[in-house]
Design a protein around this ligand. Structure first.
Ligand SMILES: Cc1cc2nc3c(=O)[nH]c(=O)nc-3n(C[C@H](O)[C@H](O)[C@H](O)COP(=O)(O)OP(=O)(O)OC[C@H]3O[C@@H](n4cnc5c(N)ncnc54)[C@H](O)[C@@H]3O)c2cc1C
Length: 489
């Protein structure tokens, strides 16, 4: 193994943002860089980061994305748009809009709730508008948690609600827990309502198509797998290059430009942590303070496969409402199997998504912290926890059967990911970290040749694949402009 490598650009992290940065630097039509100018260091033995298509575990022949699986903001999603254009994604064959009106269940009813007659979705819309209006006039108003603002709504407006609406609407917004990966006693009310730019398109093809596409434009010897970066020496004095990057088992990389795409959860670790990165000199306080002002959620997935379907094959998704509980312990770490109905269930009906192609049936359930942490460490307890809730989906003449296979994500135990993505807790400032790391406002590091990319560094597509992708492109273009690498011919 060579002791050191000298390159123009070093990229840390082989998720979508790092790969897009590398791909752009090598393949942009005006770039003068060739493969010898670049190296990408990835800690794990595979590429993709939080994109992971599991093509092996299913007993039904389905490929499951255990990380990202939807194209969000599909009217304005550059990854989707470019993939349609280059022929790598066909919406009709590879995608599925799984957005029929959701079927909602509750512990005290046997069949689905008659949400239409109860006008539950309309009240939920009012609730969301109430939150928006509350902060509309004055964003400096004190933040509170999502459950607190729902209580406020109930105090003010419950006289306008029917008994049923009162019963179910008090928890209906908990579906947002399955967006942020944290429970509603933690979710910031101020930043809880999202503005979607288009429908969500489920990716049936497997998101690894994107990783493979990007990786195919980068020579294999330019990517070093299983190379966790341990030290970044910003003011390198040895050699000609300005930054030195050390990994636990590889050569020291000397480079002029560095693009750091490790998840926010890794940046937040102290240098003394086994998986922390030591910065020499340390990261300035404007960055470390911003990292304190934002949290990292833990969205997870549990997939149950069955011999046959005992629920309605024609429904896209199911929501099973949580019972009202004492919220004081909701987000505390779980040490033994929680009671069912403590956390809401949001389940994708894979039987509908993959209707044409497979035998058998499966349900993909999204989970939030702390349930994700618990189930990812105790996957054998997943069915006993979910069975009483999922039994609500049973059609009259059918029997609930036990699963023939259970597949769970493992993000919280992955030392290089440690959860899912940025999550805004009560009192957080989600924009600070973006301001510091996006490089758009000349904040962050004084060394402008050290760049950051990743889902946590952008407000456009924040937390999403397309946001991470665009951030990788952003940094590659910045470098190409800065070093004059654009060909003048
Ligand atoms: C369960 C789940 C569901 C999701 N669903 C969706 C969805 O439906 N749609 C959507 O758009 N987005 C979704 N996302 C979010 C999306 O997956 C991410 O926003 C995106 O993949 C992040 O890409 P990235 O390049 O920023 O980071 P990553 O993909 O995490 O890449 C960072 C890389 O850095 C590596 N790394 C870490 N430490 C080191 C080190 N010390 N040295 C070297 N390398 C290191 C990691 O191994 C990783 O490969 C989901 C995420 C999860 C977890």
């Amino acid at each position: 193994m060579t002791q050191s490598i000298e390159v123009e650009v070093c990229i840390i992290g082989g998720g979508v943002s790092g790969l897009k940065a590398a791909h752009t630097l090598l393949n942009h039509s005006g770039s003068k860089y060739s493969s010898k100018d670049l190296i990408l260091l990835e800690a794990q033995d595979r590429l993709g980061g939080r994109i992971f298509t599991d093509r092996k575990s299913s007993k039904l022949g389905i490929s499951y994305d255990l990380g990202a699986s939807w194209f969000h903001d599909s009217l304005n999603n550059v990854v989707l748009e470019e993939s349609i254009k280059d022929g790598t994604f066909n919406v009709m064959e590879d995608g599925y809009y799984d957005d029929k009106d959701i079927r909602v269940f509750a512990s005290d009813e046997d069949g689905p709730l008659d949400v239409n007659n109860m006008k539950l979705h309309r009240v939920a819309e009012d609730l969301e508008k109430f939150i928006e209006l509350y902060y509309f006039d004055d964003l400096n108003k004190a933040d509170m948690s999502l459950n607190e603002i729902v209580e406020l709504f109930m105090e003010k407006h419950s006289s306008r609600l029917t008994t049923e609406q009162k019963r179910y609407c008090s928890t209906i917004l908990r579906y947002l827990e399955l967006w942020y990966g944290i429970t509603w006693d933690k979710i910031s009310a101020k930043y809880s309502i999202m503005d979607h730019q288009g429908r969500n398109l489920f990716n049936k093809k497997g998101y690894d198509f994107l990783i493979n596409k990007l990786a195919s434009g980068i020579p294999e010897d330019r990517i070093l797998h299983s190379h966790p970066v341990t030290n970044i020496i910003r003011n390198n004095k040895k050699g000609n290059e300005r930054v030195a990057v050390e990994s636990s088992n590889g050569p020291t990389v000397y480079c002029n430009y560095l693009v750091v795409t490790v998840p926010q959860s890794i940046l937040s670790l102290s240098p003394s942590h086994t998986h922390g990165i030591t910065w020499i000199p340390p990261l300035p306080s404007n960055i470390t303070d911003a990292l304190e002002n934002i949290h990292f959620g833990a969205l997870g997935k549990v997939i149950f496969e069955f011999e046959s379907c005992w629920w309605d094959i024609n429904e896209d998704r199911f929501e099973i409402l949580a019972d009202s509980t004492d919220d004081s312990s909701l987000s505390s770490p779980i040490s033994s199997s929680p009671e069912s109905f403590k956390f809401p269930v949001f389940a994708v009906n894979c039987a509908a998504v993959y209707k044409e192609s497979v035998r058998g049936a499966s349900l993909c359930i999204l989970t939030q912290s702390p349930l994700t942490d618990y189930l990812e460490s105790h996957p054998q307890q997943a069915w006993s926890y979910f069975k009483p809730m999922l039994s609500k989906l049973k059609l009259n003449d059918l029997q609930v059967s036990d699963p023939i296979n259970t597949i769970t994500s493992n993000w919280t135990n992955n030392p290089y990911i440690r959860g899912s993505y940025s999550a805004v807790e009560t009192g957080d400032d989600p924009l600070d970290i973006i301001t510091q790391l996006s490089g758009e406002h000349d904040c962050g590091l004084i060394d402008k040749n050290i760049r950051f990319a990743g889902e946590h560094t952008t407000s456009d597509g924040s937390g999403c694949v397309h946001g991470a992708y665009m951030s990788g492109q952003r940094e590659a273009m910045w470098i190409l402009n800065d070093c004059g690498a654009f060909s003048t011919q």
